[in-house]
Design a binder for this molecule. Sequence first.
Ligand code: FES
Length: 578
Amino acid sequence: MTASNDPNKGKRRSAQWWGKLDKDGYAHRSWMKNQGFPGEVFDGRPVIGIANTFSEFNPCHGHFRKICEHVKRGVWEAGGFPLEFPVFSNSESQLRPTSMLYRNLASMDVEEAIRGLPMDGIVLLVGCDKTTPALLMGAASCDLPTICVSGGPMLNGYYKGEKIGSGTHVWKFSEAVRAGEMSIEAFMSAEADNARSAGHCMTMGTASTMASMVESLGVSLPANAAIPAVDSRRYVLSHMSGKRIVDMVIEDLRLSKILTKKNFENAIMTNGAIGGSTNAVIHLQAIAGRMGVELGLEDWDRLGKDMPCLVNLMPSGEHLMEDFYYAGGLPTVLKEIGDFIHKDALTANGKAIWDNVKDAENYNTDVIFPLKTPFKPNGGIAVLRGNLCPDGAVIKPSAASPELMVHTGRAVVFEDIEDYKAKIDDEALEIDETCIMVLKNCGPKGYPGMAEVGNMGLPPKVLRKGITDMVRISDARMSGTAYGTVVLHGCPEAAAGGPLALVQNGDMITLDVPNRKLHLDVSAAELEKRQAATTAFSNPYDRGYSKMYVDHVNQATDGADLDFLVGKSGTPEMRESH
Ligand code: FES
């Protein structure tokens, strides 16, 4: 069925605005006509809203006007009526105090726009870390036919002939400066080499992970994850996505038909196979929460723990997203893990995921390793429990040091990130490589916004010994482009009364990843005493979105969504505006 023989033409929600022959219909159509649209486009054809997160403050989306034009071409070609609308653009590289604080705000923005405007289907233009989950969360709560188009990664970075990755080399180079191994001049000259084109971070960081999650969830066309932002095929994919969303509307292929538990399980397994970011845990938990799909941390451990990492990309490996695309991209990975995934999971093109990937080929086994001889034995997320994180914490074993996976050490405590920054370079700080660095008050409420500060840099006196990793524990997140033996998302967070708040300098902590344990070696009686002496956290904001966020944000385990946004309410008919 196509737009030309569409039996439901004129019967969809956009007709509530433009199908009326009264004063209200006149008003809705008349003002739209001032943009030069002919009367025939209001004939009941599928109206496609294109959520555009273009912003010059979000360099990862600098090319989104062009992407959007190509989506529109596809919509027109298929007989739909495309209309672009702006959505708050969370810029990971520019937005303070952290773009995660505003993920839920962007999700509210897109949700209310979808519900309040005459659209029958949605194209979500996403890319930079938080934009993908934010827009999917908002769209999930509306549950119309929806397709994602990711903006694609930047071209590979090169510095003095060496491949360098977004984020990953910021940490590496800044540690080198702190260790006295790199000059400030060299550090600054590497900046432009690290960001050569439009597009999102080109390591397997959060943006690339989330683009891969979108593809493995089935809410994009195949190959969405890896095509470089400036490759002509990114524009072809945009065009084809525009064509496809019109058919999805005609088929009434809503998000709830695609985002089932099976699809989430496929995404979790895929995250293991690509060695994806720990941030995927929080974002998928939040999207599942909007869809009403039961997903728990146990699912991540159960599905991820035996999943080998196949993809040799920074931060855990050597290559970058451009190489990943040339090697075959995500379809090749999905084909390799075909014996694990739910092959019949439905995707946006109307086919089962296996039908999309079964003929994929691997063009470079140094970038995408075969399942039989994986890049790393385990790429999944390990979920830890213990008296330091009763509701769970996560670690990415593929980014950690094998020799630190079982480790007991003396706690060196930082009360917040400012405390860490004030002390870490002090030569008098009592710390060595056997210690465990503990950072508090960086969770959803405490920071607020759960900043990516969990991968604290090491003290210079440790770095000078040539040591590059120590165990670090916090209630924060970590950039997907970072690496190390870093325990994150400790729940409940310190600011919500979690036991992390009770750790003191000198306490002994045991990390035991194989047994999924994180233990603070302090008696329950002593912890009770410390608890009684702590001051309860209070919201530092007295107005605005930030106040609402701190008052209502859930813990990381539940995706750090706002409590009143969990679930969906669809798109019921709205009252007239005049
Ligand atoms: Fe936008 Fe990394 S800063 S994806």
